[in-house]
Design a binder for this molecule. Structure first.
Ligand code: ADP
Ligand code: MG
Length: 311
């Protein structure tokens, strides 16, 4: 087993592209771009809670960074730097090597410098702190939705939860859906380019980590407004519908925008080759009220809204 120092040097030290001083000193030095605000977020991944003990190490490395990038995507920020605190149980070199490979593959894809962290022995868990930038005053927030705004979601919400259901034997997916769902679960693609494109267009945004309804609920709470959802092609009651409405781990962007921007939003989807689906409208109903309709417009009552660690 390698020492803490060897692990850091061998697996977590890489050349940086936009950092004054990275891994190795007591602190990192970065030079924020003048005129930009720093956007900062942190997320924990704990074995047994966020990932299964037998999860592929390389996929986990990717996901550990990707879920953090997703938070900055939802803020409309450009992610630039990350710190990684790792708790490892008697780590084997193979496992860490694969984890680091996935982590840096994601870092390279999104041009992020790993600039520091901490490494210690214990039950497996990872905490990433991510830093990014957005021109002052332009970051997207959860609190700007207005009655009349369209509600949009990117990509294919529900796939990650379906992939998990497949792994847990609660359903059997066939190809090509199986591959798409497992890839959504293991290799989420944070929607950074979409977040950047939505600056000045979206009135509120959040990334879907707890479930579509739960995360829309956060926007409604913080914007003190209500919503009516009518999702095109909503599946009939059952697992697939539950995964779509209340399945977490998608890391798609859920956002609102004035209807005057409908065409612009559609054009962004075309440019990014990413489906952007209009799934409803913000209404002037009681704050927090969420009416969900099926494809035909009849009101339905979903069983769950999403994931809450303390429920
Ligand atoms: P200190 O004793 O000052 O806390 P450490 O020995 O924990 O320093 O870390 C040495 C250097 O390695 C620091 O620059 C720290 O930021 C970095 N580092 C530690 N663990 C990691 C990690 N998992 N990923 C990236 N950098 C790390
Ligand atoms: Mg330390």
């Amino acid at each position: 087993m390698a020492s803490e120092f060897e692990i850091i040097a061998r697996y977590f030290t890489r050349p940086t592209t936009h950092t004054t001083l990275g891994v190795g000193d007591d602190g990192a030095l970065i030079a924020p771009t003048p005129g930009q605000e720093m956007v900062i977020s942190t997320d924990l991944l704990v074995e047994g809670t966020h990932f299964l003990a037998d999860t592929d190490a390389e996929a986990l490395g990717w996901k550990t960074l990707a879920v953090n990038i997703s938070d900055l995507a939802a803020m409309g920020a450009q992610p630039r730097w990350a710190l990684l605190a790792a708790v490892l149980p008697a780590p084997t070199s193979d496992w860490i090597e694969a984890f680091a490979r996935g982590f840096f593959e994601c870092a390279n894809r999104y041009d992020i410098d790993l600039i520091g962290g901490d490494t210690t022995l214990g039950p497996r868990a990872f905490c990433v702190t991510i830093l990014g930038e957005a021109p002052a005053g332009t970051a997207l927030r959860r609190n700007g939705a207005q009655a009349g705004d369209s509600i949009w979601v990117s990509g294919w919400p529900g796939r990650a939860a379906l992939g998990l259901a497949h792994l847990q034997g609660r359903t059997v997916l066939t190809e090509p859906l199986q591959g798409a769902c497992l890839s959504a679960l293991h290799r989420p693609q944070p929607r950074v380019e979409l977040g950047l494109a939505l600056r000045g267009i979206a009135s509120a945004a959040i990334d879907v980590s707890d479930g579509l309804l739960a995360d829309l609920g956060h926007i409604l709470e913080q914007s003190t407004c209500a919503a009516r959802l009518q999702i095109p092609g909503l599946p009939p009651a059952g697992l697939e519908r539950d995964c779509l409405l209340a399945g977490g781990d998608d890391y798609e962007l859920l956002f609102t925008a004035a209807t005057s921007h409908d065409k612009e939003v559609a054009a962004i989807g075309n440019r990014l080759r990413l489906p952007l689906t209009r799934i409803g409208q913000i209404t002037s109903g009681a704050p927090g009220e969420l009416v969900v309709c099926d494809d035909g417009g009849s009101v339905i009552t979903p069983e769950h809204r999403g994931f809450d660690h303390f429920e």
